[in-house]
Design a protein around this ligand. Structure first.
Ligand SMILES: C[S@@+](CC[C@H](N)C(=O)[O-])C[C@H]1O[C@@H](n2cnc3c(N)ncnc32)[C@H](O)[C@@H]1O
Length: 221
């Protein structure tokens, strides 16, 4: 997401510093001092301006939430939303999905949300899609073996690709819908979802659970 640099960005970021996870600290050791191990932990990768995950954190005060976003000007907006709402069950990590396993402990997440990720339409760029096996390899170790990925998009081609790719690498897919808003699935809108659904675009969604085949295939990459 391209955003103009926010005014006073660094000062504003520092004001929310208690809500951040530092990519430089050894979170693998500190993680369970920050988060209660007995609580369900949910991570959103590519959370943009953070509307979805901060709203979810309000709705589920007894779960832990982590917002991962690589653009500082975007993540700041989520941090300020959480600060204003006085949320204490969410933390923000400004980092690329590709390095998450170096930062966060294995098997820490019950749910990973991928919402409206960049579609990278050219096939030469397919490996950058967050549902491509090369990217899944970077965040799968964070997911508990009985956990799940929840994926939403406006983009038909990306959705078709993701259904094929995730099932090819052994994920068990469920709750596939080509028109999420016509179902009674509990749903919190993201900023992109709000924009696209107002334009009349149908929102696609699936849930993907890893199987033994997934771990075998990913370990050979
Ligand atoms: C199209 S926006 C969608 C934002 C939000 N999820 C929504 O639905 O409104 C995709 C976001 O993912 C972030 N992103 C893309 N690739 C990423 C990566 N590899 N690691 C972390 N964030 C990433 C981008 O910076 C951007 O903010």
């Amino acid at each position: 997401m391209r955003l103009r640099r926010k005014k006073n960005r660094d000062t504003r970021y520092d004001r929310c510093i208690d809500l951040t996870l530092s990519p430089d600290s050894n979170l693998k050791n500190e993680f369970y001092n920050i988060f209660d191990i007995n609580k369900i932990t949910e991570i959103e990768i590519g959370s943009g301006k953070g509307g979805f995950i901060t709203q979810l954190a309000k709705t589920k005060p007894d779960h832990n939430f982590i917002s991962v976003e690589r653009v500082k000007d975007c993540i700041l907006m989520g941090m300020e939303k959480a600060k204003n709402a006085k949320l204490n069950n969410i933390r923000f990590l400004c980092a690329d999905a590709e390095i998450l396993c170096e930062i966060l402990p294995e098997s820490c997440a019950d749910v990973i949300y991928i919402n409206f990720c960049d579609p990278w339409p050219k096939s030469a760029h397919a490996k950058r899609r967050l549902t491509h096996r090369r990217m899944v390899k970077h965040y799968l170790p964070l997911l508990k073996s009985n956990g799940e990925i929840q994926f939403k998009t406006d983009n038909d081609a990306l959705f078709e690709f993701s259904v094929q790719e995730l099932s090819d690498i052994g994920f068990e897919l469920s709750d596939i819908t080509y028109d999420l808003h016509s179902t009674d699935t509990f749903n919190i809108l993201t900023e992109y979802e709000n924009r696209f659904s107002k334009m009349g675009v149908k929102i696609k969604r699936l849930v993907a659970k890893p199987t033994d085949k997934t771990y075998d295939i990913i370990s050979m990459l």
